[in-house]
Write a protein that binds this ligand. Structure first.
Ligand code: NIG
Length: 384
């Protein structure tokens, strides 16, 4: 079954074809079969008239904590009244998550995933980290694998209350790691005051690597934690948050292949110093933008909101922000550079794209907060 998407006012491929005006594309099953000028478009079994609107790849949301239970709106309200964000709030979600059934977790995770999907997200990562014992982390990894495309093990999110630090590290690097590896492809660690030190984080990441997982780090979110330097030292795929950086951190990232993921929703919701995205981009660091959907620091699944914020507040250009939310996210998940790469529109590649209710992608930051998504296709299937 083929489908012709015709009358595309602005087609941003984020691949070899670049950006085209007056374009069309054809999908065949789950793949892109043809891209070109609207005037040359071939016939197909079906037709979608984009009516002059913009088409671009589906978003790649490379950092979320989708599977959890409970509500932390009171904590949010206290923060807006002046309290600081602290890692300890994670325990409240751990307690609620442990008390929830598999079905409740699955349903809630799917609801959030689909909410993001209606805003154009076609690839999504989900972290564990609200279980923090072997059975609960294994359950979160299993449910996350049903809900998301990529699963990250974040047993090292917090030392749970009542557990000795050394005992917990032995669990995370031993039985807990063994229980999640059938589902996870990344290991992550919250390297921050109130969570894990650099030495502890190194131990966790090295154990994960030995078990065949790729590395991510929550780094330099609340202070100059050393997470960025550790991510560079170990050759992590990404380091996420990156709010507190000095010149040496930026130089180290620029000299590495580590993707720096900025999380605009968390920057706003914690009233934390904004990640220095402009300086990172100027230094040539590869950037990703992700929603960081979670109940503590960023309860949004909206990638358009994060992109608009990255342009309006973090001073990225439109092109930089769109690249960070597509090909940058793909790089942060190791889903780039293959025929099945995500975040791009290319002949032979996956048909995961969105049609905006606007003539150009500039409308995303130009009209912040407005639902501009007209249609979303994921692997050739229409989501919206
Ligand atoms: O990415 N920083 C650590 N983890 C989450 C917050 C988790 C929570 O507060 O529940 C984050 O911001």
């Amino acid at each position: 079954m083929t489908l012709l998407v015709t009358n595309i006012g602005e087609l941003r491929t984020h691949a070899d074809a670049g950006t085209l005006a007056d374009a069309a594309l054809v999908i065949d099953g789950e793949r892109i079969a043809w891209i070109g000028s609207n005037a040359d478009a071939p016939a197909a079994d079906g037709c979608f008239d984009a009516a002059g609107r913009a088409v671009l790849p589906g978003w790649v949301d490379s950092h979320t904590h989708l599977v959890f239970a409970g509500d932390r709106s009171a904590e949010f309200a206290a923060r807006m009244a002046g309290e600081a964000y602290a890692a300890g709030g994670i325990q409240a979600t751990v307690d609620a998550t442990r008390a929830a059934s598999d079905d409740e977790l699955r349903e809630h995770g799917r609801r959030l995933r689909d909410e993001g999907g209606r805003g154009g997200t076609t690839t999504i990562e989900a972290k564990t980290g609200y279980g923090l014992d072997v059975a609960s982390e294994a359950r979160l990894a299993r449910v996350s694998a049903e809900v998301a495309d990529v699963v990250t093990f974040l047993g090292a999110h917090l030392v749970p209350s009542g557990v000795h630090r050394r005992d917990y590290l032995d669990l995370v690097t031993g039985p807990m790691l063994a229980a999640v590896t059938p589902y996870a492809s990344f290991i992550d660690v919250f390297c921050e005051r109130g969570a894990f030190t650099v030495d502890e984080a190194r131990e966790v990441l090295e154990a994960g690597r030995a078990a065949g997982l790729k590395l991510k780090v929550h780094g330099n979110q609340l202070g100059h934690s050393g997470g960025v330097a550790l991510a560079v030292e170990l050759g992590a795929t990404s380091v996420d948050h990156v709010n507190h950086l000095d010149a040496a951190d930026i130089d180290a990232l620029a000299g590495s292949r580590v993707v720096a993921t900025i999380l605009p929703g968390a920057d706003l919701s914690t009233r934390e110093r904004l990640a220095p995205a402009r300086e990172l981009a100027d230094a040539g660091v590869r950037l990703a933008i992700a929603s960081n959907a979670n109940p503590g620091t960023s309860f949004t699944t909206s990638m358009p909101f994060c992109i608009a914020t990255a342009v309006l507040q973090h001073r990225l250009s439109l092109d930089e922000a769109l690249a960070a939310a597509t090909t940058g996210g793909a790089a942060a998940l190791g889903l780039d550079g293959t025929p099945d790469a995500v975040g791009r529109i290319a002949v032979g590649g996956l048909a995961s794209f969105q049609v905006l209710r606007a003539p150009s992608a500039a409308h995303i930051p130009y009209r912040p907060g407005v639902d501009l998504t007209a249609a979303v296709y994921r692997r050739g299937a229409r989501l919206r």
